[in-house]
Design a protein around this ligand. Sequence first.
Ligand SMILES: Cc1cc2nc3c(=O)[nH]c(=O)nc-3n(C[C@H](O)[C@H](O)[C@H](O)COP(=O)(O)O)c2cc1C
Length: 178
Amino acid sequence: MNMEKLDFILDRRSIRRFTDQKIDSKQILTMLTAAMYAPSAVNMQPWHFVIIDDPSLMETIMEIHPYARMLQTASHAVVVCGDEQLQHDDGYWVVDCGAATQNLLLAAQTMGLGACWVGLHPREERKTAFSRLLHLPSHVKPFALVALGYPEEQKPRPDRFHGEKIRYNGWDLPYIQE
Ligand SMILES: Cc1cc2nc3c(=O)[nH]c(=O)nc-3n(C[C@H](O)[C@H](O)[C@H](O)COP(=O)(O)O)c2cc1C
């Protein structure tokens, strides 16, 4: 297998420092297209995306979220939301939004942009605060915020392959024998 084709996956890192350069709206829509091509249960696509670039909104988010300081330099943020009325069945919107969020991050990586997943679900207090802030209808739940911008930091590829995490035909047998 040509591992180089996977570079965009293996080299994706959470970027938390961004340059002053703004992302344009076409780039945002390209990333959201990638997000909308994610798999979802019964192809229900139970997601919505709220684009944020209002500095005062970014400021408020930094006040209500303890780990969102990267918004200080981010060009935009996207809040990925799940729709309880569109999902296939109870609990599916979370899984589907996870797939959409990862597609968004990988699209940013291939476009030379930086991104960071900032968790909202399953922290109820964060979800409530974001629902209020963004005026979400009650059936639309905030899942994650993705901070976006041109990267001002570079991070090396860590070693994350752990053979002992792989088992064979059930739990009893490791796949890779030492
Ligand atoms: C569900 C989830 C929640 C996360 N929440 C935050 C967060 O609130 N703030 C943050 O800076 N990074 C957050 N991250 C990013 C992780 O810290 C990061 O993915 C992890 O350290 C691995 O680093 P990498 O993304 O560079 O590979 C979150 C990631 C996930 C998947």
